[in-house]
Ligand binder design. Sequence first.
Ligand code: ADP
Ligand code: MG
Length: 263
Amino acid sequence: MTRTLAIANQKGGVAKTTTTASIGAALADEDVSVLVVDLDPQGCLTFSLGHDPDALTKSVHDVLIGAEDIADVLLDTDDNVTLLPATIDLAGAEALLLMRPGREYALKRALAEVAQDYDVILIDCPPSLGVLTLNGLTAADEVVVPLQCETLAHRGVGQLLRTVTEVQQITNPELKLLGTVATLFDARTTHSRDVLSDVSDRYDLPVLSPPIPRTVRFAEASASGASVMRGRKNKGATAYRELADNLRAHWAGDELATFELSE
Ligand code: ADP
Ligand code: MG
């Protein structure tokens, strides 16, 4: 059975793309077959997996509007995950899809054609709550919300959770909200922990274990187009591997490991 996980938060810079790429690479290292979907017109996931969005002639955009078969658009990557890439064309998909009936189901329908080839599908949602994110949430079994552990991290979370609830009511009753992935976590101060416990209490959101520490290597990696999981060991990569292991255990039937804030 294929597990489809959306990574969503309409706020930019919370590490959605880093989380998608890192969990994907960590799972692939464990011989899990992984498809990652770039739903952001900026194409950051596509770029970080070694493909230049500006040089691609077809992308998820063509799949969503029905102009290409998904199987003809998929790309291999050095991280051993398969990529459904994005290009800037996707910025026009919002407008094109809006005129179509069943527009929230375009991605779900496309993924159904290739899902049997993958154990896990990860969907990197764009920084908006528009029709692309609705497609991501409609196609997913589960969703996680990356949150940067900084002041005001909670802003927009209520709106995102309302969108999740609406998707559950209308297009995807099976969608499960797993909780938040704490990113850019600083264990040396109490600030990250305070921010997390505030958001977690306010919205009754579990925090997945472990939190992902701030790591200089990550900023370097995304700028160079190389995955953070390659090369030298670093504490960010180690944390993502543990998170990927915890997700795998959850998919195998275990209770999902959560981070205890009160420790
Ligand atoms: P989003 O997809 O939510 O916009 P990104 O994954 O692109 O966020 O991350 C935003 C920026 O933060 C990127 O420059 C990325 O390299 C950096 N970043 C992400 N995770 C970490 C981390 N754990 N430590 C340091 N920098 C990080
Ligand atoms: Mg992103």
